[in-house]
Design a protein around this ligand. Structure first.
Ligand code: 8OZ
Length: 388
């Protein structure tokens, strides 16, 4: 007869093995990925609803906040929160207080969209800023008259001057200081998905001929100067960086990904960061491709070999895929996005192999508490089902 005693799903799981990353002791490898939800209150202050939203998800090993603009110039979407005004800092403070009280940890994702913006967001209605003047193959999500969002054409951006670049680096440093003042455990520098720092890295969007463009060293310069400025402000053990090697968002199309991301991985490795966070190359236009490009796989392996600190992976992960990625050594930590939207108690559900709620995409961006803070946790769901 076979033994009726089953191993506990948690005991045999790498997902539930603690890990230390920089200054943070994580109880598991299950991180809440940064998720734009476009529900900030006037002044781009995180809303009261966001306090409840993040508190509900405090059992994540680490919460990475939704992308949060470092300056008014850095905004590119309706109703995204900022971290550059006293009201925004106070708003985030209410969130970190409630997450910490619930036993969680959280870092703020620092965001500048660069050219993926619109004059409605820009100080003085100016054209958005970019490494180089060229058309942007995208439309911007702007607030509409009716309180709903709509899409608007993006005008040709203006190329940043070196003084403009210096001001942005200072904005990153100030935003990192603000995040810590708001009680965050650290920050993540968003250098992925076709936004400003990715625009400088990428050969398709950076046509500059000064020290910020041309060679891979020059294209990596802004990211590294930003990371150094942020580390000088709050210490490298509280800083993570997110990259999307092979990403194609908003016109990204790198000619030599091995060269640029090899250099970036080498340089970031020397800085003793809390972690490096990679968007999987299978993520395309926010969907997951099923075919795997062998060149992308080789690049991910090369980054893994070069970057010796904790590596976080994001993009279409299920529990089984996550366990596989950890077991194979592909990464150390897994960020879950959509599953965390619909399952505030995702770690408990993964531990129990419990069924997951399905996220409703009609409520991803903008709106009210529906599809935001009304997804049930297991206990209340079991009660509801028992009663019905
Ligand atoms: C979805 C909608 C708006 C922004 C990213 C910050 O792709 C985003 C984003 C995602 O990194």
């Amino acid at each position: 007869m076979s033994s009726p005693i089953m191993p506990s799903p948690v005991m045999s799981s790498r997902l539930f093995t603690p890990i230390r990353i920089g200054d943070l002791a994580l109880p598991s490898r299950i991180v809440m990925a940064p998720l734009t939800r476009s529900r900030a209150a006037p002044g781009n202050v995180p809303s009261d609803m966001a306090i409840e939203y993040y508190r509900q998800r405090a059992s994540a090993a680490l919460i990475i906040t939704e992308a949060t603009q470092i300056s008014q110039q850095g905004q590119g979407y309706a109703w995204t929160p900022g971290i550059h005004s006293p009201e925004q800092i106070a708003g985030w403070q209410r969130i970190t207080d409630s997450v910490h009280q619930a036993g969680g940890r959280m870092v703020l994702q620092l965001w500048h969209v660069g050219r993926v913006s619109h004059p409605v967001f820009q100080p003085g209605g100016a054209r958005p800023v970019a490494p180089s003047v060229m058309p942007v193959p995208a439309r911007a999500f702007v607030p509409g008259e009716d309180g709903k969002g709509g899409y608007a054409d993006i005008p040709e951006p203006q190329a940043l001057t070196q003084a403009g670049i210096r001001a942005i680096i200072a904005d990153y440093a100030q935003a990192a200081r603000n995040a810590i003042a708001a009680g965050m455990d650290g920050v993540e520098v968003h250098a992925a998905n076709g936004y400003l720092l990715d625009q400088f890295l990428n050969s398709a969007s950076n046509l500059r001929d000064d020290r910020y463009g041309g060679s891979v060293e020059n294209r990596a310069r802004l990211l590294l100067e930003v990371v150094d400025a942020v580390c000088a402000e709050i210490g490298s053990a509280r800083v993570g960086v997110r990259l999307s090697p092979m990403g194609r968002s908003f016109g990204m199309d790198e000619a030599t990904p091995e060269a640029i991301f090899g250099l970036v991985a080498r340089e970031l490795d020397r800085r003793g960061l809390a972690y490096l966070h990679l968007v999987e190359p299978t993520v395309r236009d926010r969907e997951i491709l099923t075919d795997v490009d062998p060149r992308a796989e080789a690049l991910m392996a090369a980054i893994r070999a070069t970057y010796r600190g904790p590596l976080m992976l994001a993009g279409g992960y299920t529990r089984a895929l996550a366990e596989q990625a950890l077991a194979s050594g592909r990464g150390d930590i897994i960020a879950f996005g959509r599953p965390f939207i619909a399952n505030p108690d995702l770690p408990a559900r993964l531990a129990l192999n419990a069924p997951l709620n399905e996220p409703d995409p009609t409520h991803f961006f903008g709106g009210d508490e529906r599809g935001y803070i009304d997804y049930p946790a297991l206990a209340s769901q079991a009660l509801q089902e028992a009663e019905s």
